[in-house]
Design a protein around this ligand. Structure first.
Ligand SMILES: Nc1nc2c(c(=O)[nH]1)N(C=O)[C@@H](CNc1ccc(C(=O)N[C@@H](CCC(=O)O)C(=O)O)cc1)CN2
Ligand SMILES: Nc1ncnc2c1ncn2[C@@H]1O[C@H](COP(=O)(O)OP(=O)(O)OP(=O)(O)O)[C@@H](O)[C@H]1O
Length: 180
């Protein structure tokens, strides 16, 4: 637990230094573009701080005819839901500096989840914020594709997966598409 806490602090610092050094943007990997289908529900996120911004991936998903959803969070304990995010729809302030849809829409089931993370390894394990929001969402939607979105500096040699961790199917960074 302390290990993960320390890792999170270190990786947040690395991410901030990386983004401060030069502005970056993600390109859309062909392999990801090929996964998008018309009417597929793709969950994205609005970045907090120095997180990698999935906006180019979201734009490609919309061009492919996907429906986009965003996580909606109430607090650390409560499971997140995914709510529809129509293009240009207004967002409201949520906890943890999040921007999210207002909580009054009906939740929808994502088929592909663009997933924020703090650290990842080559075996496609991830460490997140530690609230278990995505771990629980992956358990709830086991058939959804899990695509990590990160800066390359968030890679670590090895993450010891916990029993509840579901590995990612692939990771997008500004440098590469990492998959099995
Ligand atoms: N952009 C984004 N949206 C997301 C997540 C995320 O990691 N990133 N989540 C992932 O689960 C969910 C929100 N859950 C969260 C749970 C805890 C903390 C948290 O503890 N934040 C730290 C500060 C982190 C920072 O400054 O980078 C804190 O409040 O101390 C944040 C989000 C859904 N939406
Ligand atoms: N399916 C689940 N149902 C209930 N609780 C879960 C489930 N999966 C994980 N959790 C709980 O959520 C917490 C996740 O902690 P962990 O340090 O693994 O978070 P994380 O890897 O940073 O992931 P996340 O991004 O999902 O927050 C643990 O306390 C764990 O017991």
């Amino acid at each position: 637990m302390t290990d993960k806490k320390q890792l999170r602090a270190e990786m947040r610092r690395a991410r901030e230094a990386f983004v401060a050094a030069a502005p970056r943007a993600l390109a859309v990997p062909a392999a990801l573009r090929a996964m998008f289908r018309a009417d597929m529900i793709v969950a994205a996120y609005v970045p907090i701080g120095s997180e990698a911004d999935p906006a180019p991936l979201v734009a490609a998903a919309r061009v492919a005819g996907c429906r986009v959803a965003l996580p909606h969070v109430v607090d650390r304990q409560t499971a997140l839901t995914f709510l529809p995010w129509d293009e240009n729809a207004a967002l409201v302030d949520g906890p943890f500096r999040l921007r999210q849809p207002a909580g009054d829409a009906c939740p929808i089931a994502p088929e592909l989840v663009l997933t924020p993370l703090i650290a990842f390894d080559r075996a496609l394990n991830r460490v997140g914020q530690g609230a278990g929001h995505y771990d629980r969402a992956f358990a709830q939607y086991p058939h959804a594709k899990r695509i990590g979105v990160a800066w390359s500096v968030q890679e670590v040699a090895r993450i010891d997966a916990d029993p509840w961790d579901a590995p990612l199917d692939a990771i997008v960074t500004e440098q590469e598409w990492i998959t099995r």
